[in-house]
Design a protein around this ligand. Structure first.
Ligand SMILES: [Zn+2]
Length: 247
């Protein structure tokens, strides 16, 4: 078994045009192994964990998956394996499709299951390495323990706040309409203002949401104990453009 660093070194040499034979001599790796690595591309093999292999995760895929996990995801342990479950509202099929795609791109091998439940669909997949890529797992509900991103996660979200916000708002958020009645020149007028709202019982996750909104210059406010609101016309329009509507 060769180390991840040995594989990266060999892949870099092959990508630069070095022949299999020359690379085999230099790296001490069999030509057949090098051919497998080369033909498999520079991405990790399906069974590998990007964190353990020290291979970069796809940043936009990961940022969105992290958002969905912090919103409506959980990890549970069964023997030596972890099961990731992300609960999706059954009324938004495009979100279910996206969550499934994100899970499969992060861990391509093994089956992803869609498990129906009352009013929702649970996207579910087992993997021994889920806690490597989602290290916020811990005992008890997320709002009962600190949720702190590791440095490598913060780097990804800082570079890609929009997919992270999409994951958060498309799981624990909603786009609602505020109806306002005003008397204008003696006449009662009705106005409707769209507003995004994020709701989570974890103060740390709400803070992460506010941090990401600051990164994209979307103004927000705390509308009550568990809610963050984006309600200015420009802020709602910008967030619409960044994360899209729930569908
Ligand atoms: Zn791992």
């Amino acid at each position: 078994m060769h180390s991840a660093s040995r594989r990266r070194q060999a892949e870099a040499l092959l990508a630069s045009g070095m022949t299999l034979s020359a690379c085999a001599r230099l790296c001490g790796v069999a030509r057949s192994t090098l051919r497998t690595w080369r033909d498999g591309g520079l991405t990790p093999r399906a069974s590998e964990c990007p964190r353990c292999a020290d291979v970069p995760l796809h940043p936009e895929v990961y940022a969105a998956l992290l958002g969905y996990y912090l919103g409506d995801g959980c990890l549970s342990q069964a023997r030596r394996c972890w099961t990731l479950r992300i609960t999706c509202d059954a009324t938004y099929p495009a979100i279910i499709t996206e969550v499934r795609r994100l899970v499969e791109l992060t861990h391509p091998s093994a089956a992803t299951h869609l498990v129906p439940a009352p009013g929702c669909v649970v996207v579910q997949k087992a993997w021994t390495h889920w806690t490597c890529v989602l290290p916020q797992h811990g005992p008890g509900p997320k709002h009962g323990r600190p949720i702190v991103l590791e440095d490598w996660q913060r780097v990804i979200v800082e570079a890609h706040p929009a997919p992270f916000l999409r994951g958060l708002f498309h799981s624990d958020g909603s786009r609602v309409h505020n109806r306002v009645h005003r008397l204008v020149a003696g006449e009662l007028r009705h106005y409707v203002y769209p507003r995004w709202q994020f709701s989570n019982r974890s103060a740390d996750i709400r803070e992460l949401c506010c941090w990401a909104l600051d990164l994209v210059d979307v103004p927000w406010r705390r509308s009550n104990r568990h809610h963050i609101s984006v309600s200015t016309r420009a802020g709602v329009a910008r967030l619409d453009g960044l994360i899209g509507l729930k569908q």
